[in-house]
Design a protein around this ligand. Structure first.
Ligand code: FES
Length: 349
């Protein structure tokens, strides 16, 4: 994966807990950083002697000619808090080229409607897709169902409302707010200035999904795991084909209690074998801690860059979203999400 240092063009507060960050892409790197809707970039940091990588979806659309991400603070999130607190215009940041295949334009052939199911910061790749489809496919209706806590926690609300105004007959937005309070004066004032006067109070339910889905179309899901599982199950009950349900997984925290902290990891890269101790770390972290540099990017189990073959031993996997059935049956694992379980684990690149 190719990385370059890009200077930050702007950092703009969005909600109380999120910022919008856009990058300056020099003319010579325009083709490297051209992107498709729904793709993401990986940011690489070296902070207090540790290397961190985090993946963020691009919320802008290709026609915006701008590479922009939105970063929401996470509880105890070292990097998300660093970005919210310390990013400033002109700061160089090591950014990967865009990647990901959440959206495939060929699938829009004969499509009359798309449904975007978003929760919290899951809106970012879906907004990029919405902008793209609205601009390029005037015959396709775009329906966005967006779940948040309350009015003030809705990320990218300005951009959503601009699209609503620009595409009155083509774009429909339904907000679902779990902790909205009609009696709260601050919320009343906030709502007055916005279009979000009508929203569903509560959470997305199976019945609600069944009410919303009126015609056949493609479904794109991005949000908390529970919400996505509910949406996917309900859409399947409605006999929607799995091919028409696209799911983008978020990064999350991993804690592996069953890991063998005294295991030996044998790493075979192009025929050269090296042994490292597991010390309770993921296979990837154990290698990095011992100056082995295997391929990796997101460190969140979503990009698939750290894929390797498990030759010997047993591992426990935290998440394996980037593996398909063929990968699993040929013993592929994601090293950023795998912890040694047996005393010896051998992997091969
Ligand atoms: S580094 Fe992306 S899946 Fe492991």
């Amino acid at each position: 994966m190719i990385f370059h240092f890009l200077k930050i063009k702007a950092v703009v507060p969005n909600t109380k807990k999120s910022v919008l960050v856009s990058f300056d892409v020099p003319h010579t790197l325009q083709s490297t950083y051209s992107f498709k809707p729904g793709q993401h970039v990986c940011l690489d940091f070296f902070l207090e002697r540790n290397n961190y990588r985090r993946t963020y979806s691009i919320y802008s659309a290709p026609a915006d000619n701008q590479l922009s991400i939105c970063v929401k603070r996470q509880h105890l999130g070292i990097i998300s808090n660093y970005i919210n607190d310390a990013f400033f215009k002109g700061l160089p940041v090591n950014v990967s080229q865009p990647f990901g295949d959440f959206f495939n334009e060929a699938q829009l052939h004969n499509c009359k409607a798309i449904y975007l199911w978003a929760g919290g910061s899951g809106i970012t790749p879906l907004l990029s897709i919405a902008k793209y489809v609205l601009l390029k496919h005037s015959n396709i209706h775009v329906n966005l169902v967006y779940a948040n806590q309350d009015l003030q926690s809705i990320i990218l609300l300005d951009e959503i409302e601009q699209l609503e105004s620009a595409y009155v007959n083509q774009f429909k937005v339904m907000h679902v707010l779990s902790a909205a309070n009609n009696e709260n004066m601050t919320e009343k004032l906030f709502a007055k200035k916005r279009k979000v006067l009508n929203y569903k109070q509560g959470v997305i339910t199976a019945d609600y999904i069944k009410q919303i889905v009126k015609v056949n179309g493609l479904h794109y899901l991005c949000g908390p795991q529970g919400m996505m599982a509910l949406c996917k199950n309900t859409l399947q009950q409605l006999n929607i084909n799995d091919h028409d349900i696209k799911v983008e997984h978020f990064a999350g925290s991993n804690t592996i209690a069953k890991a063998n902290i005294n295991a030996t990891i044998v790493v075979n890269i192009n025929g050269t074998k090296t042994q490292v101790p597991s010390t309770g770390k993921s296979l990837l972290d154990a290698m990095l801690a011992n100056n082995i540099k295997p391929p990796y990017a997101c460190q969140a189990g979503t990009c698939g860059t750290c894929k390797a073959t498990l030759v010997n031993g047993e591992v426990v996997m935290s998440r394996d979203f980037a593996l398909n059935e063929a990968d699993r049956s040929s013993n592929k694992i994601l090293c950023c999400q795998a912890w040694a379980k047996s005393d010896i684990v051998e992997i091969k690149y």
